[in-house]
Design a protein around this ligand. Structure first.
Ligand code: PLP
Length: 366
């Protein structure tokens, strides 16, 4: 019946269901650290902006209101350090997951084309390649890929699932290599505001990385994590105006416009750093508590300098760790959801309430 769905991998989260049932049977309830979904309130100023725009009977513009575009260019310059950003360099999109999944199709890729992404990665990069019939290819170092037929290269720093931050020099080297070989770079930077240790995460749009020009590079940003807006589907892309112009045209014809109240809420959210700082404090405390408890319990944590995850191992197959923690009422994601290189790790999200995080810490003996 459906040729497209047959190209897709098994939906991995279904495999976690039995462990979820085990964890849910714990006397003090489940602590679900498996999914990186925000649990704290949407900041009030954002809720107010959404509500104030509730009376929006007409179709929204695909490119966004001028106020939203100003907010996007302002944020990209102010927060990412990009220079000379105009409205032609920004495009609001409905959710970055949707962008990742449908970008290769919208770029016109198909059989014979290759899409590269990190060996350990957010699974939707592969899904996007498969949806259009392109060939997914994993890399350790993108500059070691064969550039033949490589039409799209995904970067992801800070990384989901490992929390690794790609150093600025490494990003610059990759961008130079991609430009030399005519490979389009999309850099998924949705955790950029969530750096904890070591060097600050840097955008591909920073002049030290791209030389102040945006040809061949696009950054992907989401408000889901920084502003607790996963439910709003608020995201945008910024960079090469030719690529964004083509995507704008496709979206004018094909829809996928950001709802007007979400556009208004996004503009306000990007204009306020206060709520980001507050949310960061909550996550920093949860991260520190969980990290100490896991290490005290014999786990080793790798990378995890940024993002909303601890990449943890007991030096055993990940499903054994998942089963072990489920008995303690704690649900985590097995590392092999993100590629076979993760088969001895689990991903522990610190997107749970303080109360649930404390419950996990107690069960781990912290
Ligand atoms: C690396 C990465 N990219 C994109 C997304 C999608 O975020 P959203 O669709 O909420 O913008 C996620 C969500 O977890 C992610 O981890």
């Amino acid at each position: 019946m459906s040729a497209v769905s047959s190209r897709l991998p098994v939906f991995p989260w279904d495999k976690l269901e039995p462990y979820k049932a085990t964890a849910a049977a714990h006397a003090d309830g489940i602590v679900d650290l498996s999914v990186g979904t925000p649990v704290d309130p949407v900041p009030e100023l954002i809720q107010k902006a959404l509500a104030a725009a509730a009376d929006s009977p007409g179709y929204p513009t695909v490119w966004g209101t001028p106020a939203l575009r100003n907010a996007l260019t302002g944020w990209v310059e102010g927060r990412l350090g990009a220079v000379g950003v105009t409205h032609a360099n920004v495009l609001p999109v409905v959710g970055s997951k949707e962008l990742v999944a449908w970008l290769p199709t919208q770029l016109g890729l198909g059989p014979g084309d290759r899409v590269g992404y990190p060996r350990l990665a957010y699974p939707t990069y592969e899904v996007g390649a498969r949806l259009c019939g392109a060939t997914p290819v994993e890399y350790d170092d993108p500059t070691e890929l064969d550039p033949a037929g490589l039409k799209l290269l995904w970067l992801n720093s800070p990384s989901n699932p490992t929390g690794r931050v790609t150093p600025k020099e490494e990003l610059a080297r990759t961008v130079a290599w991609a430009r030399e070989h005519g490979v389009l770079v999309f850099s998924d930077e949705c955790y950029l505001e969530l750096g904890w240790e070591g060097a600050e995460p840097v955008s591909v749009l920073h002049p030290d990385v791209c030389g102040g020009a945006y040809d061949g590079i696009v950054a992907v940003h989401s408000l889901s994590k920084r502003s607790n807006l996963a439910g709003y589907r608020a995201a945008f892309i910024a960079g090469d105006e030719r690529v964004l112009g083509a995507l704008l045209l496709i979206r004018k014809h094909g829809g996928m416009m950001v709802p007007a109240p979400v556009q208004a809420a996004t503009a306000v959210a990007l204009g306020d750093d206060g709520h980001v700082a507050e949310q960061r404090e909550r996550y920093a405390a949860r991260r520190a508590a969980l990290r100490a408890a896991l290490e005290g319990h014999g786990f080793r944590i790798e990378h995890s300098e940024a993002s909303l995850y601890l990449w943890a191992t007991r030096d055993e197959p990940c499903w054994e760790t998942v089963a072990y923690l489920a008995e303690l009422g704690i649900l985590v994601a097995p590392g092999d959801f993100y590629g076979s290189a993760g088969e001895r790790f689990v991903r522990v999200a610190f997107t749970a309430t303080d109360e649930r995080v404390q419950a996990a810490v107690k069960r781990l003996g912290g």
